[in-house]
Design a protein around this ligand. Structure first.
Ligand SMILES: Cc1cc2nc3c(=O)[nH]c(=O)nc-3n(C[C@H](O)[C@H](O)[C@H](O)COP(=O)(O)OP(=O)(O)OC[C@H]3O[C@@H](n4cnc5c(N)ncnc54)[C@H](O)[C@@H]3O)c2cc1C
Length: 388
């Protein structure tokens, strides 16, 4: 399968009643995320049983084809699931996002052996992680320095990755490396590396965000990987698929901002000062009214991008929609959670209210999977500006 930017892309093969699907996702989030996330957040420990529960509920591999146990649905349904889970907690939700994105690299681009890993991921038996970023290669992915050197039927990987979500929990690290140093992205390939291989070390990074789904530094020291674990597809083809991740990121923050707004509205109704609810003051009420528009605008942009993605249109025709949705949702979630924090006043800054946690969680939104500037650059190019 080719994913060049001019080629038509595959469309979903199945469909569902979307209202019933949303209800199922909401019930799942209440049952499996609500009782778990606070303790996991405090302990900075990912509860693996949540991954297994998500797989059993059919939320891993939503867009995967049925041959690997997937549901064959579209990114629209995947966005519904992400939004509903994130309304309870965006950081356990991101674990599902990572499984779906890393898994899709294997089932969309992999060999039979690599698709078998994806089948196990969908079944809840094998966690995977996206292993791209490095200390010196953040947004500039083409600067990846981890090397893969061919030795007989194997490759030997050396290098250091950073910010790998669930890198210490995953069984397989879908890792980008240079196979021909000096040839830029043409010389880059992905490898499905067993995390338990000799020479792989995972060290947790002490981040304020994403806590129940920790991020790790991953060191590769002379790690031997069989040739059968090298994904056949090239860098451009695989990276193009990361645009779908941007839609899921938008849906993640849509769910989070919706939750923050609901909380702020309720607090503004029940918190009294000067003998009336604080929400009776126009300054507070108008701020929350503005947040409502942010949430609805993010909703429209996110699901519009998902629909365009599922239409099968060539990538070049959907990039503008995808980047617009990702940019807007990741900006809006910061505005909405800051407003919620403001409404919370002094109590908002304590652990007695959820406002600070929500605002802190939102700060990662503009950073991952292409920052504000990277989305703006993509949008500027698409509207015809001669940006590099
Ligand atoms: C919590 C968390 C989880 C993550 N999970 C994963 C994961 O699972 N797998 C993975 O591979 N990676 C992951 N990442 C990495 C993430 O996707 C980003 O790529 C990375 O954090 C950004 O790189 P950096 O921090 O080195 O920032 P830099 O790239 O150094 O950017 C710093 C600043 O410079 C700006 N900037 C950079 N280039 C330009 C430019 N050309 N024009 C204008 N401004 C520019 C950026 O917008 C940013 O504001 C994660 C990161 C975090 C924080």
């Amino acid at each position: 399968m080719t994913l060049s930017s001019d080629a038509a892309r595959p469309r979903p093969v199945n469909s569902v009643d979307r209202t019933a699907f949303r209800d199922m996702c909401r019930a799942f989030a209440r049952r499996e995320i609500e009782p778990r996330w606070r303790e996991a957040d405090r302990e900075r420990r990912f509860p693996r049983e949540f991954y297994v529960a998500a797989a059993r509920a059919g939320l891993i591999g939503i867009t995967a084809d049925e041959s690997v146990g997937g549901a064959g649905l579209g990114s629209y349904e995947e966005a519904i699931a992400m939004e509903e889970m994130s309304r309870i907690n965006p950081n356990l939700a991101v674990a599902v996002l990572v499984q779906n994105v890393a898994g899709s690299l294997l089932y969309e681009h992999g060999t039979a052996e690599q698709r078998e890993i994806a089948r196990r991921t969908v079944a809840g038996e094998c966690m995977v992680a996206i292993t791209v970023t490095e200390p010196e290669a953040g947004n500039d992915v083409q600067n990846v320095r981890t090397t893969a050197t061919r030795v007989g039927d194997e490759w030997v990987l050396d290098g250091l990755k950073s910010f790998i979500t669930l890198g210490g929990e995953a069984d397989v690290l879908v890792t980008l490396a240079q196979t021909e140093p000096g040839s830029g992205r043409e010389g880059m390939r992905f490898f499905a590396v067993d995390r338990h291989s000799p020479g792989v070390t995972a060290t947790q990074i002490d981040a304020y965000v994403n806590r129940p789904a920790p991020t790790y530094r991953i060191a590769f020291d002379q790690v031997r990987v069989p040739e059968s674990r090298r994904l056949p597809a090239g860098f451009r083809e695989i990276m193009a698929g990361f645009n779908r991740e941007r839609i899921m990121v938008a849906a993640r923050w849509l769910g989070h901002m919706h939750h923050a707004l609901e909380w702020a509205i309720e607090y503004a109704r029940v918190r009294h000062q000067f003998g009336r609810p604080i929400g009776a003051n126009q300054s507070i009420a108008f701020q929350l009214a503005q947040c409502h528009v942010d949430v609805e605008a993010a909703r429209h942009l996110t699901y519009h991008a998902a629909e365009r993605w599922d239409s099968g249109a060539p990538l070049r025709d959907v990039i503008l929609d995808v980047s617009s949705a990702k940019l807007f949702a990741t900006q809006a979630v910061v505005r909405v959670t800051q407003a919620a924090l403001h409404v919370g006043g002094g109590w908002g800054l304590t652990e007695e209210l959820p406002a600070m946690r929500m605002a802190l969680d939102a700060l990662v939104a503009p950073v991952t999977v292409g920052s504000y500037e990277i989305q703006l650059r993509a949008i500027a190019r698409e509207i015809g500006l001669p940006v590099e």
